[in-house]
Design a protein around this ligand. Structure first.
Ligand SMILES: *Cc1c(COP(=O)(O)O)cnc(C)c1O
Length: 434
């Protein structure tokens, strides 16, 4: 079912990248091919290779590459000379998105949040969220968590845990406290208790926070999934201490964990929510920040940006909402596939003494070594499977398959992963035995 990419004919000239593209490029290094086409769960290089995509643009392509319904909606819009860029002017595309988002997502979930269109990347949505929290509360300090990832611009980067990423800031990253996430010290220590104690103690040294910023499943930080009880506690602690609860749902949202939001049915409502990645549904840049109406204390243009109305993204996002979120079928499918994924990863983990992480279709296997994990993902790539790592030491092999993937294709991809892990384990034993 999955073809191994065999170079056929001439290997394309890629020296332009070496010559001109900044050294900051990263994914292109572990996947040294040039891609031309993609559809559904498949990507094609120009050497005749076909790859099953278990990365999905870091969960940007939850509905797969070039979904025909989304693509057609965009083609029709462009053909009719629809507005492509209009600053934040009112357009038909924006109206349709807002009305559909209200009808299919916000209202059924009892959310009365306002929709703030930020710049088009996730980090913009996070910047807007923490800026607003500081403005509204008059406080400076934000509580973020160990292994959290929130983006690369200074405010969001200050909330990110990863030392390598932080090191690029060039200036002090301040006004953020990084508290231990769920199970950071293992299951014996309730880190919500620790946070509560520190906030209640006037001598703990922890300033009163403007916000508590959290991912319900840490996407880049190793697929740590917090329990609903713990998250509910964090929500209560935020409320008790006058801090706003910001859920960064940029990676875990848009269906990745089953529901449209990752915190659904957990018994709390975030004050602020950030969305990006799969929001446009087709990989087009589009982010937004949701805020409870009483928090909407912005003055016009106070948080601005030229690209706060990607109308093409509005069109594809609207088509995605209508196609996938108009009934409960899609969510049921995703939940079923998530169970399938958990079962298969559980089998792999049990065979080698590894540990499964995550929730829904956002799961992975902790192989305890970044070196081992990257050997496995490299072998998977050579076998036609695109898959990446996550975690403090890149020690978690993470499966971010498109949510629309066929069960049989999902199983075939997991077969490759299972085989490559087994082979890498055997090679490790062989080396150890020498
Ligand atoms: C990817 C990500 C971001 C940053 O989004 P960009 O579009 O890369 O700026 C922020 N938070 C989380 C949880 C993410 O996964």
């Amino acid at each position: 079912m999955i073809t191994t990419p065999q170079p056929s004919g001439a290997i394309p000239d890629r020296t332009i990248y070496e010559r001109r593209e900044s050294a900051v490029r990263s994914y292109a290094r572990s996947m040294p091919r040039q891609f031309g086409k993609a559809e559904g769960v498949w990507m094609h290089d120009d050497q005749g290779g076909r790859y099953l995509d278990f990365l999905s643009g870091c969960s940007t392509l939850n509905y797969g590459h070039n979904h025909p319904i989304l693509k057609q909606a965009l083609l029709d819009y462009i053909a009719a000379d629809g507005i492509a860029h209009g600053l934040d002017l009112h357009t038909h595309a924006k109206r349709d998105f807002l009305a559909t988002f209200e009808q299919l997502i916000l209202k059924p979930r009892g959310l009365d949040h306002r929709v703030m269109f930020t710049g088009p990347t996730g980090t913009n949505a996070v910047e807007a969220a923490i800026k607003l929290a500081r403005k509204v509360t008059g406080r400076e300090m934000v509580i973020a968590f160990t292994n959290g990832f929130h983006g690369m611009t200074l405010g969001a980067l200050a909330c990110t845990g990863n030392a390598t990423k932080r090191g690029g800031a060039g200036v002090p990253l301040s006004h953020v406290a990084h508290e231990p996430y769920f199970d950071y010290y293992g299951p014996e220590v309730d880190t919500a208790d620790l946070l509560e104690q520190r906030l209640a103690d006037p001598s703990s040294g922890l300033d009163a926070p403007a916000a508590i910023l959290i991912e319900t499943v840490q996407g880049e930080g190793g697929l740590n999934a917090a329990s609903p009880e713990w998250l509910r506690r964090i929500a209560e602690i935020a409320k008790a201490h006058g801090a706003l609860l910001i859920v960064d749902d940029i990676q875990a949202g848009c269906g990745r964990t089953g529901g449209f939001f990752s915190f659904e049915d957990m018994g709390f409502t975030p004050d602020i929510v950030t969305l990006a990645k799969s929001l446009s549904g087709m990989g087009l840049p589009f982010a937004l920040t949701l805020l409870r109406p009483e928090l909407d204390q912005w003055s016009p243009g106070e948080h601005n940006g030229t690209f706060r109305g990607n109308n093409h993204a509005f069109v594809t996002a609207t088509a995605a909402l209508r196609h996938f979120w108009g009934s409960a079928d899609f969510q049921r499918d995703v939940e079923r596939r998530g169970e399938l994924l958990a079962m298969r990863l559980g089998r792999i983990a049990a065979e080698h003494g590894f540990e499964v992480r995550g929730r829904g279709m956002m799961r992975g296997v902790n192989v305890a070594s970044g070196e081992f994990a990257s050997a496995v993902t490299a072998a998977c790539f050579d076998a036609g499977l695109i898959i990446e790592t996550s975690g403090a030491h890149d020690e978690v092999i993470k499966v971010l398959a498109p949510l629309v993937i066929d069960d049989a294709v999902l199983a075939a991809g997991l077969d490759i992963l299972e085989t490559k892990i087994r082979e890498a384990m055997a090679a490790d034993y062989a080396v150890a035995a020498e």
